[in-house]
Design a protein around this ligand. Structure first.
Ligand SMILES: C[S@@+](CC[C@H](N)C(=O)[O-])C[C@H]1O[C@@H](n2cnc3c(N)ncnc32)[C@H](O)[C@@H]1O
Length: 158
């Protein structure tokens, strides 16, 4: 297994999980920054040609996990891998965010749904031809997904 370590830090207006958005769809227009460590700054070359990026990060303020969880959007339990909850065996999160502009090693982003100070593990360009799929099934989210924009987090997954 590779030895993962942060390549930077995500900054956002959110210092507490309570009341914050649960996905970028609920954080439209919310501004944040991605501060990339100086040693990785050259890796940002050509990223300014993309409108969106995928951020991969550690849910650093979640600890432990349960295999069955009641997620934010539901009141019944589901297997942790059928959810996006922060408390997971490997506490990895991913968010597709918009790029506003890049200044040196700082990426100004929009639609941020993570806590301030979140350790960044990787950045990938979002490419519609690679990631979206048609004809998908979305399981238990089917009846809940419309609420994602309005639904807000609490601190149950610390
Ligand atoms: C449901 S997760 C979804 C995150 C991401 N878009 C995903 O799907 O992996 C978002 C919630 O995780 C929690 N959260 C965000 N950043 C966190 C962090 N650094 N450590 C622990 N919990 C965090 C907040 O409660 C937030 O509302």
């Amino acid at each position: 297994m590779a030895d993962f370590h942060p390549i930077g830090t995500i900054h956002s207006p959110y210092t507490d999980p309570a009341g914050m958005p649960i996905q970028p769809a609920g954080a439209v227009g919310v501004r944040g920054t991605v501060e990339v460590l100086a040693e990785y700054a050259d890796g940002l070359r050509d990223l300014d040609g993309f409108s969106h990026i995928i951020l991969l990060y550690e849910f650093h303020r979640s600890h432990g996990f349960d295999l069955q969880v009641v997620p934010f959007l539901d009141s019944t339990p589901h297997g942790v891998f059928a959810t996006r909850v922060p408390r997971r065996p490997n506490p990895l999160g991913m968010s597709v965010v918009r790029i506003d502009r890049i200044e040196g090693a700082v990426i100004h982003i929009l639609d941020v749904d993570v806590l301030d100070g979140t350790p960044l593990l990787d950045i990938k360009p979002y490419v519609p031809a690679f990631d979206p799929r048609g004809d998908v099934r979305i399981g238990w989210f089917e009846k809940k997904v419309e609420a994602v924009s309005e639904h807000r987090s609490d601190d149950r997954f610390r």
